[in-house]
Design a protein around this ligand. Sequence first.
Ligand SMILES: [Mn+2]
Length: 187
Amino acid sequence: MVHFDAHADTGDLQFGALVGHGTPMRRLIDSGYVRGDRFLQLGLRGYWPDDATLNWMRDQGMRSYEMTEIHHRGLKAVLDESFATLTNECDGVFLSVDIDVVDPGMAPGTGTPEPGGMTSRELLEAVRRICLELPVVGIDVVEVSPPFDSADITAILANRVVLEAVSAIAKRRSGDSYSPTQNLLDR
Ligand SMILES: [Mn+2]
């Protein structure tokens, strides 16, 4: 599992309920469908999780690449390291994208914005690489909220995330080579 999000979504209860938009990743690991030590999160920032939730995440063997680490090490280095874990004893990778991983300046249309996020270009680059290089079996894009959007900025980004993903999956299955620095006119 590779999960892009400003938030960990590993809460135990949300307003007393097991199922809420802050708890799905905990339920997923609790259910046994995904191993905690093959669960990677990228882009976390802000003032949550609390200590008890962080301790639970640590006990599961989860790996969270917080936004500060991505900024200082660079997205490419973090993805390279992530790919080794994601392909270790795993047949397939699920990609989950919460659009609020992107900075609210580039993705304002979401319910729980958190400043200091990725650029839209960084997210598209990451999604493209993941779907080109890993055996992706499913994706989702969540938390796009049209009432909060402006000029469809966020809706267009979410659309492009899906287009990048399905295009990269098709490219991977075709067996064609790909270089990120190859020019369109040279193909
Ligand atoms: Mn979120």
